[in-house]
Design a binder for this molecule. Structure first.
Ligand SMILES: NC(=O)C1=CN([C@@H]2O[C@H](COP(=O)(O)OP(=O)(O)OC[C@H]3O[C@@H](n4cnc5c(N)ncnc54)[C@H](OP(=O)(O)O)[C@@H]3O)[C@@H](O)[C@H]2O)C=CC1
Ligand SMILES: O=C(O)C1=N[C@H](C(=O)O)C[C@H](O)C1
Length: 233
């Protein structure tokens, strides 16, 4: 498979190594100012850049009819306009706040736990995410996906918030600690006990492997898909 890497930072480089090992070819890569190869030569693009750059990179691929797998977080205020452009251009698109298989299983566990806990009003729920200090967005895209799923099951929570003790808000605490790849914990707490589930990434390899799986899945397809489609969850 001929791959374009839009964004060649920590994730772009990890994906490049794994993709080459798996027999794929990197035909294009881009950063803020540098470009190597021709985007038009790619059969699929994998986008891990910055919240500011993601939307224009995705739209460029739609125009060129190149399927796009996007892992960049922090641009979701533009999500519906990107989806509309994908439909107008008859493009192919997968966005996931987290491509690792483990986190996608964690999403399913989180949804089931949220359903189970919803009637038990003595428990209050909160989320903690911890990432490296270079991360640009807070809360993490993964924490937002987890929060949206809990809120959908709740008849009390209406939104998430980074602030503590806001009415009808699900608290997300975002911590930045050097070199942490990504840890997410959901905690339900009552006066008498606590229930927690945690996913901890040990490296970036899980994210990168999932993004390559998604690219193989999307290469010859048209339309909008999710990581649940890729993993058949
Ligand atoms: N969905 C998932 O599974 C995961 C998502 N992420 C997300 O992916 C994104 C990237 O993460 P990470 O690789 O760690 O970040 P890095 O900061 O290491 O890399 C981002 C890269 O984007 C490049 N860039 C900036 N502007 C552009 C542009 N206009 N076009 C192309 N590239 C550009 C930068 O280039 P330069 O170096 O030249 O400035 C930089 O190298 C983040 O939003 C992060 O949250 C991260 C891990 C997993
Ligand atoms: O920036 C990161 O590193 C990560 N970002 C994603 C997010 O915002 O959820 C996924 C992963 O946790 C690593």
């Amino acid at each position: 498979m001929k791959i374009a890497l839009l964004g060649y930072g920590k994730m772009g480089k990890t994906i490049e190594n794994l993709a080459i090992e798996a027999g794929h070819k990197i035909v294009y890569k881009s950063g803020t100012t540098s470009e190597i190869g021709k985007l038009e030569d790619a059969e699929v693009a994998i986008e891990f850049s910055t919240p500011e750059a993601a939307v224009s990179n995705i739209l460029k691929c739609f125009e060129l009819q190149i399927p796009v797998v996007c892992g960049t977080t922090g641009w979701l205020e533009n999500y519906s306009s990107v989806i509309n452009s994908c439909k107008e251009c008859n493009g192919s698109f997968i966005y996931a706040s987290n491509f690792s298989v483990g986190v996608n299983l964690f999403f399913s566990i989180n949804e089931k736990l949220a359903k189970l806990m919803a009637p038990w009003k003595e428990y209050s729920v909160s989320i903690e995410e911890i990432h490296h200090t270079e991360k640009k967005d807070a809360p993490s895209g993964t924490a937002i996906t987890i929060a949206d799923s809990i809120i959908a099951q709740s008849d009390n929570l209406e939104r998430w918030s980074l602030e503590s003790k806001k009415d009808h808000s699900l608290r997300i605490s975002a911590k930045r600690i050097a070199d942490v790849k990504g840890t997410h914990t959901v905690t339900y707490e009552s006066d008498v006990d606590e229930i927690s589930i945690t996913h901890k990434a040990k490296s970036r390899i899980g994210f990168a492997k999932g993004a390559i799986l998604a690219a193989v899945f999307l290469k010859d397809k048209k339309g909008l898909f999710t990581m649940q489609d890729v993993l058949d969850l």
